[in-house]
Ligand binder design. Structure first.
Ligand code: MLT
Length: 230
């Protein structure tokens, strides 16, 4: 089995569990060429915020899509003992060299996981919060083949790409806090503009919140996901 070099959790979809339980039926179906769409559910790539870990967003993932498989890595960078997905020089000031390296490393992990666990990259949606949303945006801008879409809670622009990628088949939800002390409204607007110029289908939802998640983040994400992917 390929080594996956991020500490992580993978929770298969309850639908796939059912498929494993019905292995004989499944084999018969595939011999008879019957396609069962339920056996190919979405996979949510869960990316936590600074100081979080692979457990943090499991419940959020289950609330947003009870039928999805969940892949949740822990960021490898430590800032005063707090896991993150890439280094920063100050709050909101990123170490771009490290961001590039870590984004590549995470893209490799996602591709490796898809072959180890048997899920499709074109049925994978990132769900990132804060630092996790920032690296998810970086993945979209640099390795868009690893995702079919993303839900970005409290994201900033990770970097300004020299060349805009073609994101014409990607769907992105930006869920932003009206009173976020970390992410300014102009940051969100610029991220929205970059994604739109890259031809992604972007939805921006403003929440009556600061940097923390609130119930309507989850409800909006659930609705957006089922409208766009299920
Ligand atoms: C970041 O460093 O990615 C952002 O400042 C968000 C955070 O982690 O606080």
């Amino acid at each position: 089995m390929k080594q996956l070099d991020f500490k992580h959790r993978y929770i298969p979809s309850p639908l796939q569990q059912h498929v494993v339980d019905n292995f004989d039926q499944k084999q018969r179906q595939s011999q008879e060429g019957i396609r069962d769409d339920k056996s190919n559910p979405l996979t949510l790539l869960l990316l936590h915020g600074t100081g979080g870990n692979e457990d943090d967003l499991i419940q959020v993932g289950q609330m947003i899509s009870p039928s999805a498989s969940l892949l949740s890595p822990r960021g490898k960078v430590l800032e005063n003992g707090m896991p993150r997905f890439f280094k920063r020089l100050a709050e909101g000031v990123f170490d771009l060299e490290d961001l590039k390296f870590r984004t590549n490393e995470l893209a490799d992990f996602i591709k490796g996981s898809s072959s180890v666990y048997g899920f499709d990259l074109d049925k994978t949606v990132a769900v990132g919060f804060s630092n996790g949303a920032n690296i998810a945006a970086s993945l979209l801008l640099s390795y868009s083949e690893t995702l079919m879409g993303a839900i970005l809670f409290r994201a900033m622009i990770p970097f300004i790409p020299d060349n805009l990628p073609d994101l014409s088949n990607k769907k992105v939800l930006l869920s932003a806090g009206m009173f976020d002390p970390i992410v300014s409204k102009s940051q969100i607007q610029s991220l929205f503009d970059i994604l739109e110029k890259s031809r992604a289908n972007v939805t921006l939802k403003w929440q009556q919140s600061g940097h923390n998640l609130i119930e309507s983040d989850i409800l909006d994400a659930k609705e957006w996901l089922s409208k766009n992917f299920e």
